[in-house]
Design a protein. Structure first.
Length: 302
């Protein structure tokens, strides 16, 4: 008998999780002998459900939620020797991994895609003892964005991130970072450091056009400029996919490294896949082709 676990975050996507659960169950019941529905009620539930599914050696885990819920599911699978195939039904505010995979952002279309989906390998990032599937962000803007509440996200969607990020955009504060990237050591003053796995960051699908879901690398982008004008000049380059070549940024691709601030009295907290993460220093590495994931037949991330 084939078995699949459907993990749903009912509060994701303006609390529309329940609306699409019935369709998801109907489609999955046509694909598998047994479908187990699990709904999250608090942080950590999705990770626990995914870990249990791996231990029970089910064929697949399908997660319906935003990037944070997807992160939890991958964290639950990542440590297991046997890892079920993973499917994503995007239901969050930004849905960066869904964008990178080419999965339809419309939940109905994403659900109906599943019977004809193919599989690809997905790199996973490890940060200290946790995991990430999209981005680690460090600096003033991530500090502001982490304060966006569930109610605000429900009412305003991705606009809530833009509003909070814009408030910090004019802040000229930067930090002295020490970056150890494979065998290279770099000291760089920066107001924003991103460590990215895919081409889509914060809904900008072309920010890192050369980053692939299975290229075996982490991609670091650090903003060099301190002034508002430096940041304004960078905006069109981010939109057009030229941020990594800009004079205002430092870019490196690497497999493992350490991110720290030079001055010990500076306390910086990371933002991992949209949620608050560990304080610096961070030890990071890529786990190549660690998860098998469902993608559309015509997935754009070839």
């Amino acid at each position: 008998m084939t078995k699949v676990v459907l993990i749903v975050n009912p509060s994701s996507g303006g609390e529309k999780g329940k609306e699409y659960t019935e369709l998801a169950l109907e489609v999955l019941e046509s694909m598998y002998d047994e479908v187990i529905l699990k709904e999250t009620a608090k942080g950590g539930d999705a990770e626990e459900f995914a870990e249990t599914a791996a231990k029970e050696r089910v064929e697949a885990v399908i997660v319906m939620g935003g990037d944070g819920t997807v992160n939890e599911c991958i964290s639950g699978l990542a440590e297991e020797a046997y890892r079920p195939k993973l499917g994503i039904i995007p239901l969050g505010t930004v849905n960066d991994l869904g964008r990178a995979l080419g999965v339809p952002l419309d939940p109905n279309a994403a659900i109906r895609m599943l019977p004809n989906a193919v599989t690809k390998k997905l790199d996973v990032g490890k940060v200290n003892d946790s995991y990430f599937i999209n981005v680690i962000a460090i600096g003033k803007i991530p500090e502001a964005v982490k304060d966006v509440g569930v109610d605000q996200k429900t009412k305003l969607g991705s606009l809530s991130y833009f509003i909070e990020g814009a408030k910090a955009f004019n802040d000229n504060q930067s930090y002295p970072f020490k970056l150890v990237l494979d065998d290279e050591v770099i000291e760089q003053e920066s107001s924003l450091v991103l460590i990215v796995l895919t081409n889509s960051v914060g809904g900008f699908e072309n920010m890192l056009p050369h980053a692939k879901i299975d290229d075996g690398y982490l991609h670091l982008v650090a903003l060099k400029g301190k002034t508002l004008m430096d940041k304004v000049k960078l905006i069109p380059k981010v939109i057009s996919g030229n941020a990594t070549d800009a004079d205002e940024t430092l870019y490196r691709k690497f497999k493992s490294g350490k991110i720290a601030v030079v001055e010990e009295d500076i306390q910086l907290v990371s933002n991992i896949d949209g949620d608050e993460g560990d304080k610096l220093p961070l030890t990071v590495q890529v786990l190549p082709s660690h998860i098998t994931i469902f993608v559309p037949e015509d997935s754009k991330n070839e």
